[in-house]
Design a protein around this ligand. Sequence first.
Ligand code: DGJ
Length: 730
Amino acid sequence: MKDIRQSLASILFLVGGGLLPATAQQIIPISTKNNALVLQVNADKELNTIYLGKKLANESEYAAIASQYRQGSDYTGIYNSAYTPAGSKNLLEPAIAIIHTDGNTSTDLHYVSHKTSAAGNGISQTEIILKDPAYPVEVHLFVKSYEAQDVIEQWTTISHKEKGNITLNKYASANLYLKGQNDFWLNQHYGDWAAEMKPEEVRLTHGIKTIDSKLGSRTNMFQPSSFMISLHKPATEDEGDVLMGGLEWSGNFRNDFEVDPLNNLRILSGINNFNGAYKLKKDEVFTTPKFWFTLSHEGKTKASHNLHNWAREYKILDGKGDRLTLLNNWEATYFDFDEAKLKTLISDSKKLGVDLFLLDDGWFGNKHPRNADNSSLGDWEENKKKLPNGIASLVKTAKDNQVKFGIWLEPEMVSPASELYEKHPDWVIKEKNRPEYYFRNQLVLDLSNPKVQDFVYSVVDNLFTKNPELAYIKWDCNAVIYNAHSSYLGANQSNLYTDYVKGLYSVLERIRKKYPTVPMMLCSGGGGRVDYGALPYFTEYWPSDNTDPLERIFIQWEYSNFYPALASGNHVTDWGKQSIKYRTDVAMMGKLGFDIVVSHLNENDLKFCQEALKNYGTLNKTIWQGDQYRLQSPWDNDAAAVSYVSKDGSQSVLFTYMVNNRYNTGTLTPIKLKGLEGNTKYKVEEINVYPGKKASFETAEYSGDFLMNVGVNPNATTSNTSVVLKITRK
Ligand code: DGJ
């Protein structure tokens, strides 16, 4: 009888739509192409996770999973709750902790019902309603499954009908639970300005490892929320179980990895509750940000492909579209420019062959002109001395040169030396009774305040209204939040970190409603804000201010675990000592741009760049939309190798870069390609050959079989430090 009930529940679940009543030991399986997350409602109406792993062919067998494991019980005090409440019988790290209006700190959550609805395109969403039997508190747990991409998102809504505010002391988005043999490896990233995404990998020990951010804005500067967990050994590219996950949130986050005494791994991810106890009004619905994850049984490459496919389809603005190559003036001029200088650079953009000229920082402020980074943020009018004819005149010059025009903004920020600060000191996040602390000489505007949100929106809107042909925005965010205090929030100060981000998203939402397609770069003094919470509003991100190509090989390699190349803004600059060829070849592994003085290039360098841009035009679809293979890691080899294969298999490109300059190093053995068709013939030719230099690789034809099993040697050496091979199906 029990089995029939379970299968019936499963059938109803699959059909979806209606609300299902609670049945004893009810199974709720949520599956993607290869995996299943299986939840179970026990006889006490608790919602537990009983499985996260490969999908079983026969769903009815999920019911037998729980009996195979030693269970947490009243005897051990360890439970596998799918959303662990604090203060009742749970003794481990909670997902949710509430102080009720009567001061009680305990919460219990019981299953009430669930429904699954299909959203088309292989996407389905399960909503599970949980209620506290003693308090009028309701939690809805959402699990969204992207069948084709093998990705799952989880989040919750929390609401109540108590008299007055309840306090959410913790409000995680997800509470995963992996059964294991105490052999979980955590691969995480850390860094700083110009040193983003340094990997570290450790075997988790019992207890909790927390990775979090308390920076308020620019929250990924020290570490992002994205991570990997592999089973039984450090993650490898092509085999083994790897879970990649992260939070869709551009504010303070907190990931807890807790190995419990029964050797299970509990992963809790959500907004950081540090100084973040959230006061929730009666009937207000608090929605936690989404936590994303994918599970691969074929190593990191497969996990990355899942994420890249998912991100291009759903999480990056215009993820299936094209991108603009550009010339940026930041490193070419810094703050030192005027109209004439910019007009020369605009005409250089055309000469170089890029699509757009991007005017960076320094164009605004009159009472406080922006001639250095210590003033003017907030005063977004053209500086009359530098630009007497305004932005409009530059847009026109760009048009005359058949390039588009884009502009830099940092609209969330304010300089102490600005008219905005003089007029609206109450719009600034700061403690009245403490000295102001500056990060890059600036302060952060209080986006929890709707008036400030209107202001930030109007900064962008005014620019577009005045210059309808504006084609690109670089949105920067250089400061962290010090002295986190809002004049607007009154007694609810601990809502600030969360409401700041909600305010930011609401502004971005409005901008996207009116300007749905204009490309925008997500920059935060480099990669201080790269996450899937912000990326749906942006077409690309800026990985790092460090554009030394040698450093970028490592940085771009690491980001590529989680984000597709299409979104990675890579600029050729004067950082590093490498040749223009090396710099350009590295920048081509993503969205190519330049930030150099074109007129300083010698004839051959210019010719090389022009030619490289043309080559890029023939390869960009493959780099942006294809499958990326990290073939040879820069961390363990003299040369790094990365390839991209177009989805239709007709084209591939192999980038090889020397990362070691010691005597007699080079690609001594062939590099085996991946993702090609075995029985197909391919033409392999070297491109981006510097004018006057002999190609290091002789054009030839090989079968996919040969290329994938024997490989090709690009002959990179210390005197020939980067080689790009174009591989075309015959
Ligand atoms: C930080 C960014 O990362 C740079 O690219 C540049 O835009 C500066 N800000 C401008 O102040």
